[in-house]
Each structure stands twice: as C-alpha cells, then as structure tokens.
Ligand binder design. Structure first.
Ligand code: NCD
Length: 296
C-alpha cells in the first residue's frame, strides 16, 4: 500500500487484512507485552487544515504506539498563516524528515496533490466533501466486532449525504463488505444516478434495519438544518423504538445533539458511538504500519 487516499484504492484482501491487523494491534495494546514498534525512528506528520478531535488525536497516538516521532503542523501559527502554499508547506515537512503525511483539508483532492508533490505516503484524514477512508475502516471494524460479519447487514445511512466525506467512503466500503446499504434523507441530499437504494422515508425502513448510521449536518459545507429535517429524520427515542431489538446506532462524531440524533439515543445501549472512537487508534496503527512497509 503506497497511500490511503480513497477506499477505492484498496482491494478486498487489503481491507480485510487491515481490519484483521487492527484487531491484533488492539489486543496487543490492551495486553501486557506491548506492541512491536514497527515505525521506530520514523516520523509521522499531522497536517490538519480543518478542526479535528478524534481523528487527529488517534493518528497521533497510533503513530506513537508504533514508535514513530509525531510532528503536528498548526496552520494557525505556521507559515500557512503567512500565505505559504500547501505545496511549499508539504515540501518543507518532507525536507524536515517526515516519512508519512496525514492530511485533512477543506478542498477535495488535496491529499492526492500532497502525495504527488512529495512522493511520500499520504493518509487522507478527510478532504472536503470527498472521502474519509480511515473513518469508514474503523466503522467496519466496529461492526465486525459487534456482529462478527458485515455480510448481509442492512444499514441505513441517514442525513446530509451530499456534504459528508464519511458517506463518501462508506458508500464504497460497506457494499464491498456485503452490507445492504440504503441512503436515506431529504431528496436534496440524495445522490443522483447511484446504483445504491435511496429513500426519503426513514420511518418505513427502521423496522428492517440492523444499523442506522447518522451523518452530521455539515453546516460549514452548505448543509442547512430545517425543521422538516429534524421532524422527519432525527433519530429520537420514539423513532428508535421502531428498530429491531438488536439494531445499533452509529455516528462518526462530532454530534449535533438534538439535530440528527437526540441525547437519549446517543447515550443509549444501542449506540456504538464510543466504540467507533475506540476502534480509531488500532485501525490507524494498521494503516500507518502498512504504509511504513511493515504490514499488508
Ligand atoms: C468527520 C469529519 O471530520 O469528516 N468527523 C470525524 O472525523 N470523526 C465527520 C464530521 O465532521 O461530521
């Protein structure tokens, strides 16, 4: 694996190997013997040009657990704030000695450009409305832990699909793993010309669902919260009572509590939201290890 820019860059064997390796790494992290420092002496650079809590911190910890040095670019206090281009910033980090770059940017396609400019392995940590591949992988790992296999699971992906890079990666990954994915939301947020099932009727679909994955309304990217959206699509206690007993609720975070999800559902036993966060470090370890030449 040279880069992880899009889920489409990965074949099924690579996807399965990353998820399996993340499971091993998770056990090692929780066990007494520690983890082999596959990136010992290496340097991972975090370049986040958009806010992040769980993604940035989990890449940071993942790299440290593999023995790498971590350097973090802060766009607010770096020369990016003086107008330095991303091209020049990326070449600077490469010259300083970064071996792997983790890039988040508001513009779709920027991680690919950084890979082209530097020749270094790049992980896309979210680019514009395009993709967020490690989020999708950690979601698959979470579901595998919960259900054993993803094959045949019925998942509803609900809300602001048009502006969500999480959706952009899930739409490729989940069907590849055998998930029956239905995209649900107001018509203005549903893609046209997709092969996937789409629906505007959440209530009708809930009784048949195994997984409801809620998307944050991306207000910074043009997603508008309307009363109609909240009344028809927010997963609240009443709506979630229509789900089968075994069904689970997912969300990549950060949550807009009260908009796409109510407090009681977010904090209910059905919620895998904290489990998703927990899967983030081992998945990112597996990805960094593979890019560092140690794994898949
Ligand atoms: C997502 C992101 O930034 O793309 N968050 C995350 O990484 N967990 C989703 C979002 O911002 O809604």
């Amino acid at each position: 694996m040279k880069n992880l820019i899009s889920i489409r860059d990965l074949g099924l064997p690579e996807i399965s190997a990353l998820i399996a390796r993340a499971g091993e790494l998770r056990e090692q992290c929780e066990g007494d013997h520690g983890v082999e420092p596959a990136l010992s002496g290496g340097c991972v650079a975090n370049m986040f040009f958009e806010p992040s809590t769980r993604t940035r911190l989990s890449f940071d910890l993942a790299a440290q657990r593999l023995g790498a040095h971590v350097i973090t670019l802060d766009p607010e206090t770096s020369s990016a704030s003086k107008g330095e281009s991303l091209h020049d910033t990326a070449l600077t980090l490469a010259a300083i000695g970064a071996d792997i770059l983790v890039v988040r940017h508001s513009q779709s396609g920027m991680p690919r450009s950084v890979a082209d400019w530097t020749g270094l392995p790049v992980v896309n940590a979210g680019d514009g409305v395009n993709e967020h591949p490690t989020q999708a992988l950690l979601d698959a790992a979470t579901l595998q832990q919960q259900f054993g296999s993803l094959d045949g699971l019925r998942m509803l992906l609900v809300g602001d699909i048009a502006h969500s890079r999480v959706a952009g990666s899930l739409i490729h990954l989940m069907p590849a793993l055998g998930v029956e994915l239905t995209l649900v939301g107001p018509r203005r947020w549903l893609p046209e010309g997709t092969q996937l099932e789409t629906s505007t009727e959440l209530d009708r679909l809930l009784p048949e669902a195994d997984v409801v994955y809620l998307l944050r309304v991306q207000r910074e990217r043009g997603g508008e919260v309307s009363d109609d959206f909240v009344s028809r699509y927010r997963l609240d206690r009443e709506r979630s009572s229509r789900l089968p007993g075994h069904a689970v609720v997912m969300h990549a975070g950060p949550l807009n509590r009260g908009i796409e999800i109510s407090d009681d559902v977010a904090d209910s036993p059905r919620s895998l939201i904290t489990e998703q966060v927990r899967s983030g470090v081992p998945i990112r370890m597996a990805v960094l290890e593979a890019l560092g030449g140690g794994g898949t």
